[in-house]
Design a protein around this ligand. Structure first.
Ligand SMILES: [Zn+2]
Length: 63
């Protein structure tokens, strides 16, 4: 997982963590990161609801 600045509002849905942060342009971004070993899935979203939806529908390869 890459280092990110100003993580806050971390929440968890299943194996996926969602963290809100600001990018270099000062925009709020929502990063969803799967914490399962060997999965490695992660994605950035511009809205929290999109990140939550992706987390809920994420199908872990590991399972
Ligand atoms: Zn996964």
């Amino acid at each position: 997982m890459p280092a990110r600045d100003h993580f806050h509002s971390v929440m968890r849905i299943g194996p996926v963590q969602i963290a809100t942060h600001r990018d270099r342009h000062g925009r709020t971004q929502h990063a969803a990161v799967c914490t399962a070993d060997r999965c490695g899935w992660s994605s950035d979203f511009s809205s929290r609801s999109a990140a939550q939806l992706a987390a809920r529908t994420h199908r872990c390869k590991v399972r």
